[in-house]
Design a protein around this ligand. Structure first.
Ligand code: ADP
Ligand code: DP6
Length: 198
């Protein structure tokens, strides 16, 4: 693969969380607050879904969505992606960062220790890990159903233990408001990005 020249970020928030915990919702709030000039959202699953859709003649946009379409293919996408990660753990991380020029990056969907290790290795001083937490009841209310082979496998459980997260965001009705929980992340991002982020 040709060497991709990537603009160095000043700060990277690497998010993880269970299905329907609110990763996209929370990272969307941060992105909205900081603005597209300063902040971009990187999805590790996007290059995976793009190649998977191409190989199988599927609808890439639908795979990016949050509906049933992607759930039909999730198990096979997981297996397909894991075969590639076995050969090159950073394969999807490198592809996801293509074209990112903003100073603040948000990786919205880390799932495995190899994801975190890639960013810690490539960007040791810039990387901060954030976990989005929600109870199973809350996730069920958002449309999650336990699926054997998915919710008890690495894709969903790979970061359940052994990670000292820099922040844990409790995305629950009875938790403090997200704006309050995200204050420290937003302040750090504004400090790192400089005056244009304020
Ligand atoms: N704090 C919240 N307030 C309102 N809706 C939320 C909140 N968190 C998540 N949601 C909704 O719940 C669903 C799942 O959230 P999402 O961010 O897609 O989860 P994930 O990306 O972790 O699978 C979405 O419809 C989203 O809009
Ligand atoms: C094969 C996947 O990349 C599919 C991920 O799809 P999404 O990122 O859409 O998942 P949620 O938003 O958590 O529901 C998972 C993997 O193990 O790589």
């Amino acid at each position: 693969m040709a060497t991709m020249v990537v603009a160095k970020p000043k700060l990277i928030f690497v998010f993880s969380g269970k299905r329907k915990s609110g990763k996209d919702y929370v990272t969307g709030l941060i992105h909205e607050r900081l603005g597209s000039e300063v902040c971009c959202i990187l999805r590790l699953s996007a290059p995976l879904k793009e190649q998977y859709a191409r190989e199988r003649g599927l609808d890439f946009e639908e795979l990016l969505g949050s509906g049933q379409y992607k759930e039909q293919y999730r198990a096979d996408m997981i297996a397909w992606g894991e075969r590639r990660r076995e050969q090159d753990p950073g394969f999807f991380c490198r592809l996801a960062q293509r074209g990112a020029t903003q100073p603040i990056w948000i990786v919205s969907d880390a799932r495995r220790l190899s994801d975190l290790q890639w960013f810690w290795t490539e960007y040791p001083s810039q990387t901060r890990c954030v976990r989005v937490e929600a109870s199973e009841l809350t996730r069920q209310k958002r449309g999650w159903e336990f699926t054997p082979g998915i919710d008890d496998a690495e894709s969903e459980c790979g970061l359940d233990h052994g990670v000292n997260f820099d922040w844990v965001i409790h995305n629950e009705e009875d938790a403090p408001p997200l704006e309050e929980q995200l204050q420290a992340l937003l302040l750090l991002a504004q400090e790192k990005a400089g005056p244009e982020a304020s």
